[in-house]
Write a protein that binds this ligand. Structure first.
Ligand code: EPU
Length: 467
């Protein structure tokens, strides 16, 4: 059974006619069987980021010109956005062999509501279509959002900003309806928290709005800077000032461009943690130091080593024993919330008590329960351990003590969300015996060529079903 390759992903079939979230039917479940205890060693390539690529695609809707995106990974949001564009009458050529997407947006029509509802609950990206759709058609219907269940994930900042820019909106359980018959106008917008999505929303809506937009309290993640670079090539005028201020000067029209997608720093860090936890050595082509500095500091404190070259970073365990660390997730330039789960799993093997304070999402530690069933000793707490954050006073379980080292034992576990999913794969790779990782299809949301990469690193695994 082991060392077989994953089956090919299921062909994308037409969505059912109902409006239920259709993840399972469309993408399959899949069970990953892993026999642990083998270090992961080898080389892999990380391509365009899951949290950038679909936004590069949304930006392409702001012009009638063609956009070509290189270094594309075949993650699920890319497929979903390509399908949505096609439903609007556009053409997307996905040249997988050359990792290139060619988007032809001319002749688009508004997505009709029945078509839009087919995407209910599948992705968070459609909310970013508001600005481009309002500019093109004066109206938009955005299906209800999907994405990982890791907290409230409200979109109030998005809707407030659009409303300040002149959009009229109404929302119900099936989605949000917007109109802006007179077009969008620049506005002064303040975000109470540096939300990645809301910052992107404002930028994508303001580039073609009348007048200037001043965004205060913006997120400044590298993925956002990458989107700004693409828009600048398209003809936008955007200034990133100090202290989280971004100014956007509306222009009349944008043109198509070529863009090389930013490599995925979340995927790079995930494989780095797999090397650390299994005592392996993984060369990640495409990993970049600049966007990973906060991660690399924690990785080094935990006993990890890394060598940076022109083409990527090689990750390994430097000290024979892993060390406990104290860390806190924060918006950029802090330690990313999406890095914590693989790191926590690696820290179950450290000698001593590690401390994590999750300050970005209030519900992102539930995955630790199943790690405890495998033998980990992770205790989650409601108090802020570290600086005070907005979750402490609301009584959310958002801090964790990780007591190590604890041997892990293979068992049956079910993936609750994407990053927790990768952390379960790491746990299974470290565990004695065999693990069954259910819901492995979720991995495809953020890890391109997952099975090929696992094989290349010598993992002992097999798949039942399809992803
Ligand atoms: N928030 C609000 N109101 C809003 C928007 C956000 O209160 O209108 C809050 C959220 O509830 C959360 C915090 O602000 O507590 C941060 O949310 P943010 O808007 O920054 O997250 P996002 O844009 O929905 C993106 C990534 C996430 C990543 C976060 C933080 C995409 C598609 N998703 O989400 O990625 O964790 O930024 O960096 O870009 C992942 O890759 O696994 C993932 C969850």
């Amino acid at each position: 059974m082991f060392n077989e390759k994953f089956s090919a992903p299921a062909p994308m079939t037409a969505a059912p006619d109902d409006v239920e979230p259709a993840n399972e039917r469309r993408y399959g479940h899949g069970v990953l069987h892993v026999r642990g205890g083998k270090p992961l060693t080898g080389r892999l390539r990380v391509r365009g980021a899951k949290n950038t690529l679909p936004k590069n695609m949304v930006a392409a809707l702001l012009t009638d010109g063609d956009t070509r995106i290189h270094n594309v990974s075949q993650v699920r949001d890319v497929t979903i956005m390509a399908e949505m564009f096609q439903a609007m009458g556009g053409r997307v050529d996905n040249d997988e062999a050359n990792a290139t997407l060619h988007i032809h947006p001319n002749g688009l029509h508004a997505l009709d509501i029945a078509d839009a509802r087919r995407y209910n609950g599948l992705s968070r990206i459609p909310i970013l279509l508001c600005g481009p759709m309002l500019h093109r058609f004066g109206q938009a219907f955005i299906p209800s959002l999907g994405g990982c269940n890791i907290g409230d994930r409200s979109i109030n900042f998005h809707l407030d900003a659009l409303s300040k820019m002149g959009a009229k909106l109404s929302s119900d359980a099936s989605g949000t309806t917007l109109s802006a018959p007179k077009g969008l106008r620049g506005a002064k917008i303040h975000l109470d928290y540096p939300s990645v999505g809301a910052t992107e929303q404002v930028i994508l809506s303001a580039v073609l709005a009348r007048g200037e937009t001043e965004l205060v309290g913006a997120a400044v993640e590298p993925e956002i800077m990458d989107l700004i670079c693409q828009l600048q090539k398209m003809g936008a005028i955007i200034t990133v000032d100090t202290d989280r201020v971004i100014r956007i000067e509306g222009v009349r029209a944008l043109k198509g461009c070529q863009h090389i997608a930013l490599p995925d720093r979340l995927e790079s860090a995930s494989w780095a943690c797999a090397a650390l936890a299994t005592n392996g050595r993984i060369e990640v082509e495409g990993a970049r130091q600049l966007e990973m500095m906060a991660f690399l500091n924690v990785f080094r404190r935990a006993g990890g080593g890394f060598d940076v070259t022109d083409s990527g970073i090689t990750f390994y365990r430097e000290s024979p024993e892993l060390h406990p660390v104290n860390f806190e997730t924060q918006p950029h330039p802090g330690f990313m919330t999406d890095w914590q789960q693989p790191m926590v799993t690696a820290l179950t093997q450290a000698h001593g008590v590690s401390v994590l304070h999750e300050t970005v999402y209030e519900g992102r530690l539930g995955y630790t329960e199943q790690l405890n069933r495998m033998g980990a000793r992770i205790q989650v707490q409601r108090d802020c351990i570290g600086t005070r954050c907005r979750f402490g006073r609301l009584n959310h379980l958002h801090s964790a003590l990780i007591v190590g080292p604890t041997p892990l034992k293979g068992t049956k576990i079910t993936i609750p969300d994407l990053r927790a999913g990768f952390s379960y794969v790491i746990a299974a790779l470290c565990a004695s015996g065999e693990s069954e990782v259910h819901n492995i299809a979720l991995i495809n949301r953020g890890y391109d060529d997952f099975s090929e990469k696992m094989s290349a690193l010598g993992a002992d695994f097999a798949l039942d079903g399809v992803i």
